[in-house]
Structure formats: structure tokens, C-alpha cells
Design a protein around this ligand. Sequence first.
Ligand code: MLT
Length: 237
Amino acid sequence: MTIDVAFTPAELGGNAGDRTIVVIDVLRATSTILEALVNGAQAVVPVESVEAAVAKAQEIGRDLALLCGERDTKPIPGFQLGNSPLEFTPDTVSGRTLVMTTTNGTRAVALGGTGERCLVASFLNAGAVAEALRDDEQDLLFLCAGREGRFAMEDAVCAGSIVRRLVGDRPRRGMSDAVITSILLSRRFERSLPSMLRKTVAGRRLIELGRAEDVAYCASADRHDKVPVVRERRVTL
Ligand code: MLT
């Protein structure tokens, strides 16, 4: 089994192949998807555009579907929910199918879902994801959503944290530089996740918009023991 990390979706080259893919968008899409499913949402359907989301919600039926997501980190006008994990309470999402479109995360989830097996990870379920991967003999790729095509530190730290739980702390021969970098970043920040998240570009943007609570929430490691999976463009537990 080989392990690699793609710091941005472009590195995947458009095809997940027969690898197991672990998609990560710590701030905030994969944290929010997990929170929604843990709180009783039936499924999350990631879509690329606002128009596609509206069409999908109509197809599913307005009484079952909820439109959610963000553009430029802000809620989308006309949608019922934004992209804050704190909005996805049992009262709001239980039994509903969420049609979600975000700038980076839902695209990465849709791309990762083209692979043999695709798991959705964040700090909130890092330990559970490592457990779910333990007996997997497929080659493994951590697919970081990044931010508008660029490296996002929080996703790399999260990838490193899961790799360390799987194979330990020491960089091994045969690991790519991306995996070694992720391990080193995770070692550097494991005891200061909240302050690390606050310093990232995405964290600073959320704080500027009054969403500091989201940043703190997304830093809470191992809050949940559930692992969302992507199959046929739907994310479920
Ligand atoms: C994204 O998918 O780009 C995000 O999760 C950004 C956000 O939460 O604002």
C-alpha cells in the first residue's frame, strides 16, 4: 500500500482511479458534512454550482431537500443554510437530503467520489477515519480541497494527523515529500490546533466575517466516531 497527499485537487489529474481517497476540507465543508450526517441528515449531495443545486433540490423535492453552501465564505441568497457546522442541528437537518455547493470542498468531494472508495475527513473524525483505513490494502490518497487551487495548511495538518495515527510518527522510506511535510506539520501543530486554524487564510476570513466559533469548532479533534463515505455522488454515513 502506498500513501500520498495531494495538497490541491489539480494534483489528482482528474481521476481517482482505484485508490482509496480521503477528502479533507477542514474549514469548513468536510467538517460540516460530517456534522450534518451525525445530526441525522439522510445524505449530502455535493454539486458544483448554485444553479445545479437549485435544479437538484427540485428533482429531490422541496419538502425533502435543503439547499446549503457558501460563496466567498458567505451564505448563498435563497438557500436555507450556509456552511457553518453549527447550523446543521438535528432539528434542522434530521431526515433531510442536503444539496450542498461550496467553493472548494464539495468539488473535492465530487472528485474523490470517482475513486474505488472515498471517505470524508476532518479533525472532528480524524481518529475514526484512521480506524476505517486500518485494514484497507488499496493505495491511499489524501485529497486536500485547498483554497481556490492553492495549498491550505489546515488540510495538510489534518492529513498528517491521520497518516500518523495509521503508520506512526516517523517519515518512512518511499513516502512522498507531501506525506512527510504533512506529518511534520501535524507534529508541529498537534497541541495548538485552534490557534493554527485561526492563523490560516480560511480561518482569518471566517473570523473577519464573525464566524470565529466555526473555526474553534472545526479544531475539536475526535468529536465524532463516524466516517462519511461518498458513493454515486451522495455522501452518507
Ligand atoms: C469551501 O468549500 O470552500 C469551504 O468549505 C469554504 C467555507 O466554508 O467558507
